[in-house]
Design a protein around this ligand. Structure first.
Ligand code: MRU
Length: 409
């Protein structure tokens, strides 16, 4: 097959205009006839020229297709080679998309779960007895929620978002499934919209910690691909870019699933930033050379004492940074703070298949058959290594037991 193509049929916004079709490619561009002649496509093509990467990338990471009542995501397992959108309506498909990291990153997982459970609820609200009987609807909703909660264990945003959605169902005392669905819709949209605002505020606070021209190191992808827009650790980078700060950004490749190489390098480059990709083991050499002024990372869960779970390898970067006196800042929406967990040792850490280490992303298997593999997906960085936690409500510093409650309202 000379080209692969996907045609989108959901409503999309480009520079304030609403269109109904989308085309996705970084390399071979092939567009369906009917799309090619649409005024929206013409505008897009004119803006983007032949290389559509930047222009295509106005697409949101996670969105609700109002018309099709579907969760729309960028399939992140296909990046950076292909920008492919998925439109999901079944709860099983939402579960699988989260589990397989088609949508990943703590805030994006939360938003996807909220929209995902809403679109699933629309389906069962449209059929059989659950379409008319509120009690039956509520029971099916709770089953779907419990199921989605099993998709990934570490990012607390998943549970936070699903609990918010369940709060709507629990709080409803009326007898109309249609009204309840409307309330669920509004809550899902709110969770989505809040994420944009929260990340922007994190960016504003984080920007006060750096100067134009600084070298910034980041690990994994806590970028716009991990949220709706801006990302968390990348929020100061996007805002700095808007304001001409000209940061030098270093992205760790992030073994084993290469979120740094595939996603962070891709999205920052697409945004026109000065980004350099480095292997995970290179952070010490970078800091030794004085090239890093600050480390910004995201996180999946913050414990009450300020310990932080983030992508495996984060704690290595933090230990190295301490050696060279480089501050490590963790960017975290308050939805990522879990005051019920006392310290990092209590945070559940996901373990994933060994094949992610031995085979995935390699053309050929890169380890002997049958070798034992340990593949924890996250590690815990001690609060002692963290210079500050940047939330949408401000920056907090040690002692975190005292400072974190001041930002968690
Ligand atoms: O396994 P992933 O790709 O979901 O891990 C993502 C991370 O570790 C991110 O750094 C974290 O979720 C913060 S995203 C703003």
């Amino acid at each position: 097959m000379p080209f692969q193509y996907i045609m989108m049929t959901f409503r999309t916004k480009f520079k304030g205009r609403i269109g109904r079709a989308y085309i996705l490619y970084t390399k071979d561009i092939m567009v369906k006839e009917d799309v090619m002649h649409s005024p929206l496509y013409m505008t897009m093509r004119k803006e983007g020229g032949d290389n559509m990467t930047e222009m295509e990338f106005h697409q949101e990471t996670v969105a609700l297709d109002e018309e099709a009542k579907a969760l729309v995501i960028i399939d992140q397992t296909k990046l950076p080679g292909r920008i492919e959108m998925l439109s999901l309506t079944k709860v099983e498909d939402v579960w699988e998309a989260i589990y397989q990291l088609k949508v990943r990153g703590a805030p994006a997982i939360g938003v996807a779960a909220a929209i995902g459970i809403y679109v699933a609820a629309v389906r069962f609200g449209n059929d059989g007895i659950a379409g008319t009987d509120v009690a039956m609807f509520q029971s099916r909703f709770r089953r779907a929620k419990e199921y989605l909660e099993t998709s990934r264990p570490t990012a607390v945003n998943l549970f936070w978002a699903l609990n918010r959605m369940e709060g709507v169902v629990t709080g409803y005392e009326g007898d109309s499934v249609a009204v309840l669905l409307r309330l669920l819709h509004d809550e899902a949209v709110k969770i989505h919209d809040e994420d944009v605002e929260v990340c922007r505020k994190i960016g504003e606070h984080a920007l006060t910690l750096v100067r134009p021209g600084d070298g910034l190191l980041t690990h994994c992808n806590a970028g716009r691909l991990a949220a709706v827009k801006y990302g968390t650790a990348t929020a100061p980078m996007y805002l700095g870019q808007e304001r001409g700060y000209r940061f030098r950004i270093y992205a760790d490749e992030t073994r084993p699933l290469l979120q740094g190489a595939r996603l962070t390098a891709f999205e920052l480059q697409a945004a026109g930033m000065d980004v350099t990709l480095v292997c995970d083991g290179m952070s010490s050499a970078l800091m030794q050379k004085g090239l890093v002024d600050a480390v910004f990372v995201g996180c999946d869960r913050v414990a009450a004492n300020g310990d932080v779970a983030n992508k495996i390898g984060t704690s290595v970067v933090a230990c190295v940074a301490k050696q060279y006196g480089v501050p490590v800042y963790v960017c975290a929406p308050t939805s990522t703070i879990d005051m019920a967990i006392k310290s990092g040792t209590d945070i559940p850490i996901e373990e994933r298949a060994g094949e992610e280490v031995t085979e995935m992303w390699y053309r050929e298997r890169m380890a002997p058959e049958g070798v034992k593999v340990w593949n924890p997906c996250f590690d815990v960085t001690s609060h002692e290594l963290i210079a500050g936690i940047v939330t949408e409500n401000g920056i907090v510093r040690a002692p975190y037991e005292k400072s974190l409650p001041t930002v968690c309202s």
